[in-house]
Design a protein around this ligand. Structure first.
Ligand code: BDP
Length: 695
């Protein structure tokens, strides 16, 4: 009888719980990032600012396990762990975090806490972690006037006007977030660099940030303006072979290191998009980079020299970096790294990898990814970018035969280079939730995890992030993970399927403008899509620009032949007639329409998915994301309408019957002007209206 009563009671309770569903979490502004599941009351940072005190505080505040956690900075150094690797040793007496350095111990502590929050603790055994890349860099495109180029999360996090006097809590919170992922380098300012950054006044401000970041293992770098000797040094020239210029940079480096002894080095955008560089003086990229490298070398600094160079005359912008850099292979000093964007054009939602990765054999190269969503819907769209970056790192360049992936070239495995690195252009600003969109935090997180371990899958990282940022309830985790996993491919579908690229509107790079002209031909979408009555796409074959020939075999032939070129890149490499038969048997025109439609339908589906998990998310974050997924679905329609109605003026073909009707005419969309600058994200209300019920 008693047993029966207990059973009855338990089933009633279970039934009640099932009816009530999950307990709705209290509202939060998202400022806690992926530390949300650890602490709902704010970040409890250590009052003492040493690495070990920080590590101890994290354990004291957040470790929920019963076992003791011991820290062990190894006296007998273990070479296999390097400077930053660590070991977590779990046994029945407790847990020990071992490393050669204090920073390594701190990284181990964050790993332990991540395991706790994601259900990955073990009872016994040893876990060893060593980072794949030595420099794991964030590139901020922040300006001294607080604007952030391509930044969609408010203004700059660095309040230059109140530094060095005022120290905001976010500076340390930022360092902590990076340390929790293993990010160890940060370039504070825009690659379109203001020379003011190197003045004594600004270096004092930089020093304050460097001091705050140091215990978290985070080093500071600066982007420099190549014309600084002339613009702030009072010299007549900035010629890298001029002895006064050389002395100016040597003295400047000595000055910086006297203030910031562990300063990381310089990032340089030279002779690109109007920036000054060695070519202004008839010198080469190698002359410029080596001069700077020699200035920082005595102090252990490095120079990251960007390969993002192109000029208006080039017949194919995708070829330019290789044309400019291959002749200098082997000519760069050993503390120079050539920083190459993942694709050969510019951070488009899908590009093939840059051929330059597979062409430099005697030069250290690194990949630059974009975390900020310049071309992926700014902070209005939910797009999880890890699959895009991983696609690049996993690409085979065939440089030394099969298996010569971008990852192995850049992490030093293939050529055994003295240094190696990876960079991500960050999406962080001063908005309360850091990144403008709650889900954009996942991209900061994923970049950091990937820089530490490029073998982690997109799914594993998304899973970790969701559990720490929202909840580990499977009814939330599973649908949201699926949504995230699909989101990048889906953005490709609704923005630029089949290898189309750079069809964006004006300076803001938000929304479509495939018909737009520009002061420079290579800044106009028409340069890239080449739509006309004869078809669409850029002929980069050996009969066209010859870009396919910059890839190593067998890729060169695979891309060159329309039969073997992957269809997802077909219009990147080929110009095809509208009625070209795709592998499915459908025409190119119909396939474009259907792919856009798939993108539209999936984006509209995000709204339903988000509605279905409402009970698992606090109201504040739920509402904020909801507004954005609605806009994203409307934007998908806008992209399709603008692009395909414009293409229709050439193809004269109808939309297939199973595609939704355009809700605006081509003329209406063409007249629409957003008119935003390179640091604004559009107000969702200011964009073309769409009725989603008509889908
Ligand atoms: C492009 C941006 C531009 C940047 C440039 C760069 O549109 O604002 O200055 O890249 O990487 O993506 O230097």
């Amino acid at each position: 009888m008693k047993i029966f009563r207990i059973l009855f009671l338990t089933s009633v309770l279970a039934l009640l719980a099932a009816c009530n569903g999950p307990v709705k979490p209290e509202s939060t502004d998202g400022h806690q990032l992926w530390f949300y599941s650890m602490d709902n009351d704010g970040m409890n940072l250590s009052p003492e600012k040493t690495t070990m005190a920080i590590a101890a505080n994290e354990i004291q505040e957040y470790w929920k396990g019963g076992q003791d956690v011991a820290f062990n900075v190894l006296e007998a150094k273990d070479e296999t762990l390097g400077n930053e690797g660590y070991r977590l040793v779990f046994d029945k007496n407790g847990i020990s975090v071992e490393s050669n350095t204090e920073t390594g111990v701190l990284y181990g502590v964050y790993d332990l806490l991540r395991r706790q929050e994601t259900g990955k603790l073990v009872k016994t055994g040893t876990i060893t972690e060593v980072p794949a890349f030595q420099y794991r860099v964030l590139n901020h495109w922040d300006n001294p006037d607080l604007t952030v180029e391509r930044g969609y999360a408010g203004q700059s996090l660095w309040k230059w006007e109140s530094l060095p006097g005022t120290i905001l809590p976010v500076y340390e919170e930022y360092a902590r977030a990076n340390a929790s992922l293993g990010i160890n380098s940060t370039v504070l300012n825009n690659v379109n660099a203001d020379p003011i950054m190197l003045t004594p006044e600004y270096l004092e401000k930089v020093k304050v940030l460097a001091d705050i970041f140091r215990p978290y293992g985070l080093k500071v770098f600066l982007s420099i303006n190549f014309a600084s000797p002339k613009r702030i040094g009072g010299l007549k020239t900035s010629d890298p072979l001029d002895k006064d210029v050389v002395k100016w940079w040597n003295d400047k480096a000595a000055e910086i290191y006297s203030i910031i002894p562990d300063f990381g080095g310089f990032l340089v955008k030279a002779n690109s998009e109007g920036q000054s560089g060695p070519q202004d003086y008839g010198r080469t990229h190698a002359d410029g980079a080596n001069m700077l490298a020699k200035a920082v070398k005595p102090f252990g600094g490095i120079v990251m020299w960007r390969a993002f160079v192109y000029d208006a005359q080039a017949p194919d912008r995708a070829m330019q970096a290789s044309l400019e850099f291959v002749p200098f292979d082997g000519k760069f000093d050993d503390n120079v790294i050539i920083q190459i964007k993942n694709g050969p054009i510019d951070f488009q939602p899908r590009e093939p990898f840059s051929p330059l990765f597979g062409q430099l054999e005697n030069t250290t190269v690194m990949a630059e990814m974009q975390i900020t969503q310049e071309y992926l819907g700014h902070s209005n769209h939910l797009v999880y970018l890890h699959p895009m970056w991983k696609e690049c790192l996993d690409s085979d360049t065939y440089q030394k035969g099969e298996g010569s992936t971008v990852r192995k070239i850049t992490d030093g495995q293939l050529h055994n280079r003295p240094i190696n690195a990876i960079a991500g252009v960050t999406n962080i600003g001063d908005s309360t939730n850091w990144c403008g969109h709650h889900f954009a935090q996942a991209n900061w997180y994923a970049y950091g995890r990937m820089a530490w371990n490029p073998d982690l899958s997109s799914e594993e990282i998304a899973d970790e992030w969701i559990r720490q940022t929202f909840t580990d309830d499977a009814d939330f985790v599973n649908p949201i993970k699926d949504l995230m996993m699909e989101s990048r491919e889906n953005t490709v579908r609704y923005e630029m399927p089949l290898g189309l690229h750079h069809t964006f509107a004006g300076a803001g790079h938000y929304g479509p403008g495939p018909w737009e002209g520009s002061i420079r031909p290579d800044w106009s979408p028409m340069y890239y899509h080449k739509a006309g009555v004869d078809g669409v796409g850029f002929d980069r074959t050996m009969k066209g620009s010859g870009n396919t020939g910059q890839y190593n075999e067998p890729l060169a032939s695979i891309y060159d032949n329309v039969e073997t070129c992957p269809e997802e890149l077909i219009l990147w490499f080929h110009h095809l007639p509208w009625d070209y038969k795709m592998k499915s048997g459908e025409t190119l025109w119909d396939t474009l329409c259907h792919t856009f439609q798939q993108g539209i339908d999936a984006a509209a589906g995000y709204i339903d998915t988000w509605a279905s998990v409402r009970d698992y998310v606090d109201e504040e974050r739920w509402n904020e994301v909801n507004v954005k997924v609605v806009r994203q679905a409307k934007d998908a329609l806008w992209w399709r309408d603008a692009t395909m109605l414009y293409f229709q003026t050439f193809s004269n073909l109808p939309f297939p019957e199973d595609c939704s009707e355009p809700q605006h005419t081509f003329e209406e969309l063409r007249r629409f002007r957003l008119g935003i600058s390179n640091y604004e994200t559009p107000d969702p209300e200011a964009l073309p209206e769409y009725d989603l019920s008509r889908l």
